[in-house]
Design a protein around this ligand. Structure first.
Ligand code: TRP
Length: 341
């Protein structure tokens, strides 16, 4: 009986999840409700590995001082959101040298044609036409390295990264096909989908910090008065009823946000705002978002004021990540035929 239990336990070993976020300077409410908040919940049911993807970030030019600050702030903010270094591995990508190394190797198992078909590459090379660098092109092989180094089973990704994950799977399968099973072929994590938060100014578009109109997005670290102001300015429609409906993209988005932060259903929200106008509703959504973000902002300011603590955490993360990823890198190099050191 006991033996059987033990076996069950082994069979039910937690699946491993890998995900990463770029240190962009602004983490938005969309990033939080769409991804980060889910990462926090995943920590209980999966073995999670998270990273701040600072190697990916230099595919666009970064100001050194601001970049350094953004990396540390991204790390602190993720801790503040609830990434728990006792449960999960959490590190900064550039601190773990195996990422750049495996990325190079995988570049040689990734086809020019495949990379050319990536829609993000096509979009970004149009947007940054003055700096279409090779890193922008091979970005997906670095992402594949991130994932494959840890033999991750599952990767929670937004719609914009699905194609990159698909490519990661192809690279892994190709390598396994040539050298025998080396990599776990990862699946997209499709569990509880995060809220898809749209722009407050153009609710047909996803909320993005790269929007020129700052009123289009809310940052996790925006001040309460800024948050209220942005919600008050949110685009709605000429109807006046707070309910989900066609042609009511602005209100649908606000209901989605309200639902995500309060846990209430759209029907409950509609009922609550029966007979009230859009002004009241926008104000209430703003207030609810402020309440949701308040504890995160408080923790963030504690963490960012304690550089020694942050250093201790990201060093610990990098050390564990290196140990684990080195095993995969060694295996890969051996299979390719490199002479052992
Ligand atoms: N490319 C991802 C983004 O910009 C970030 C990222 C880097 C990532 N490496 C990853 C996401 C590995 C998932 C898995 O959003």
């Amino acid at each position: 009986m006991q033996e059987a239990n033990k076996e069950n336990e082994i069979n039910e070993r937690k699946k491993r999840i890998f995900s990463a976020i770029q240190p962009s300077g602004t983490i938005t409410l969309g990033n939080y409700l769409g991804a980060l908040r889910n990462w926090v919940n995943l920590q209980n049911d999966y073995e999670c590995i998270f990273a701040v993807a600072d190697l990916h970030a230099i595919t666009v030019r970064q100001d050194p001082k601001a970049f350094k600050k953004n990396i540390l702030e991204a790390y602190a903010l993720l801790l503040a959101c609830g990434i728990d270094t006792d449960k999960s591995m959490f590190f900064i990508q550039s601190h773990v040298h195996t990422h750049a190394e495996l990325a190079w190797l995988l570049n040689c198992y990734t086809q020019f044609g495949e990379l050319s078909r990536m829609t993000q590459f096509k979009d970004k090379s149009q947007k940054h036409a003055d700096n279409v660098n090779a890193g922008l092109f091979t970005y997906p092989s670095l992402m594949a390295a991130d994932i494959l180094l840890y033999q991750a089973d599952l990767v929670p990704v937004g719609a914009d990264q699905v194609q990159h994950l698909e490519l990661t799977r192809n690279i892994a399968e190709r390598f396994n096909g040539v050298y025998g099973k080396t990599f776990t072929v990862p699946d997209a994590y499709v569990g509880t989908v995060g809220a898809r938060v749209m722009s407050l100014q153009n609710p047909m578009k996803k909320m993005s910090k790269s929007d020129e109109n700052v009123n289009a997005w809310v940052a996790v670290l925006d001040k309460p008065e800024t948050i209220i102001k942005k919600f008050k300015r949110a685009v709605t429609d000429s109807d006046s009823k707070v309910c989900i409906g066609e042609g009511k993209d602005g209100i649908n988005n606000l209901i989605g946000i309200m639902s995500a932060v309060t846990g209430k259903t759209a029907d409950e929200i509609t009922e609550e705002f029966e007979g009230k106008g859009y002004g009241d509703f926008k104000n209430a959504v703003g207030e609810a978002v402020i309440e949701e973000l308040r504890p995160i902002q408080k923790k963030f300011s504690e963490y960012i004021g304690d550089k020694a603590y942050l250093e201790e955490q990201y060093r610990k993360g990098a050390e564990s990540a290196l140990k684990l990823s080195q095993r995969t890198l060694d295996k890969v190099m051996k299979k390719i035929g490199y002479l052992p050191k």
